[in-house]
Design a protein around this ligand. Structure first.
Ligand code: HEM
Length: 419
């Protein structure tokens, strides 16, 4: 198939490309889906024929779903980010998202204890109490940075409460996760050199690991009624304190930095589409299921994940890969695939066929927190609009400079304060 000049060099790994307007990026992805759905993107050394240094960009919904299911052919253990991390760092921070079986299955079984539907049903009351507390503390003058006043606090406080992490650590954890997941943005890491980013991420990870390891050891010595205790000190097989600490980094990253962005994108897109907002608020329960799925599709908080081909001869459609080839799944693109979604560029809270891949394609690594995230989003929007029915975003969001998270750093909002 012929490729337009624009597609011949589309540097999806280059963060400056991601600073281009969202519409322009969306149209490049639409063209990729149409004309080059499995496109090889060379990285630096590839100019000299080192093909394996680049990656294949998979942009259709069908490929994303298929690759996610075939974890024996497309593994996660070689890393899930575009650029390889040093092996030592991967081992040090390694969590289940970067693992293959049998280790992945063993650990996933243990950590799943905390996310059963029974546990989650019991959580609703706690989540409501947390949202009430956050709403009570929102500025009384009726204007705020919605991210720091609401969206970022909610998932963080919920996961901290679940784990039993004392409130005194909240500000530090928020700061450390901003550094780890927002490292490519100068607001969070001022030294944007490779070494500067590496240093900042390592330091933040080390401090989080030390904190969690200490808490885990305390729970082994003195069990409590919290998730850390369930994972490190149950009668069944347990995580070691070191494994618990690594899992925590994944939880705060995967759980917080994602959910908070759906909440922020959600307020903004509902402000931009007052008809959709009015429709939802005319009967919250009637529309909540489809509305939340549409918000997830729309926000696509995780933009991509990588897999590595495990052996020569692995096929995907008419393509054959070699062992070590990298493929990158662009969830943002899969969620706009016109072969799957009617009018994918339209925000429609009543969309009833919506098999989005915001939580990944249904495979071994499908998001463990998907039910929790949906529950948080339901409680968050319901209580936010009950308390401040006219809350709306003002101006444009300040986006995170990144190609991994579709993040919003700041979003101004206004509302009529409740006396
Ligand atoms: C809207 C919110 C969220 C989104 C969009 C999201 C998205 C994702 C995605 C795309 C993956 C990778 C899937 C794959 O590689 O196939 C993932 C994995 C994961 N997520 Fe989430 N996530 C969200 C919330 C949460 C929450 C609240 C938690 C828990 C507190 C969580 C815990 C995890 C874990 C533990 C994994 C790794 C699973 C594994 O490797 O087996 N996520 N998530």
């Amino acid at each position: 198939m012929a490729e337009s000049g624009e597609l011949l060099s589309v540097p999806l790994h280059d963060l400056s490309w991601w600073e281009r307007p969202a519409d322009e990026r969306a149209s490049v992805f639409a063209e990729l889906r149409k004309n080059s759905p499995r496109k090889f993107i060379p990285l630096d050394d590839a100019a000299h024929g080192a093909k394996r240094k680049g990656f294949w960009a998979l942009t259709t919904h069908a490929d994303i779903v298929e690759v996610s299911r075939r974890s024996d052919d497309f593994c996660s253990g070689e890393g899930t980010q575009i650029f390889d991390q040093p092996a030592a760092l991967r081992e040090y921070r390694g969590s289940i998202i970067d693992m293959d079986n049998p280790e992945h299955a063993r650990l996933r079984k243990i950590v799943s204890r905390g996310f059963t539907s029974r546990n989650l049903a019991a959580l609703r009351t706690d989540i409501e109490a947390t949202v009430t507390e956050i709403l009570d503390a929102m500025p009384a003058d009726g204007s705020c940075d919605f991210v720091s006043s609401f969206a970022a606090l909610l998932p963080l406080r919920i996961i901290d409460n679940m784990l039993g992490i004392p409130r005194e650590h909240e500000a530090f954890i928020l700061e450390a996760t901003n550094v780890i997941l927002g490292a490519s943005d100068a607001e969070y890491v001022s030294d944007q050199s490779g070494a500067g980013i590496h240093r900042a991420v390592t330091q933040a990870s080390e401090k989080l690991i030390a904190l969690l390891q200490e808490l885990a050891e305390e729970r082994v010595a003195e069990p409590r009624d919290d998730l850390i205790t369930k994972l490190v000190a149950a009668d069944d097989e347990n995580l070691t304190p070191q494994e618990m600490a690594k899992f925590f980094i994944l939880l705060v990253g995967a759980g917080n930095e994602t959910t908070r962005n759906v909440i922020s994108h959600g307020l903004h897109v509902l402000t931009q589409h007052p008809d959709q907002r009015d429709l939802w608020l005319s009967d919250y329960d009637e529309h909540k299921q489809t509305a939340i799925e549409e918000l997830l599709r729309w926000a696509s908080p995780v933009i991509h994940m990588r897999r590595t081909v495990t052996r020569d001869g692995v096929r995907l459609g008419d393509m054959e890969f070699s062992a070590g080839d990298k493929v990158v799944l662009w969830y943002n693109s899969g969620n706009r695939d016109e072969d799957v979604f009617d009018d994918p560029e339209v925000f429609d809270i009543t969309r009833d066929y919506n098999p989005h891949v915001a939580f990944g394609g249904a495979g071994a690594h499908f998001c463990l927190g998907a039910h929790l995230a949906r529950l948080e989003l339901d409680v968050a929007f319901r209580m936010l609009f009950e308390r401040f029915p006219d809350i709306h975003s003002v101006g444009e969001p300040v986006p995170l400079r990144a190609n991994f998270l579709n993040g919003i750093k700041h979003l101004s909002a206004e509302y009529t304060p409740v006396r």
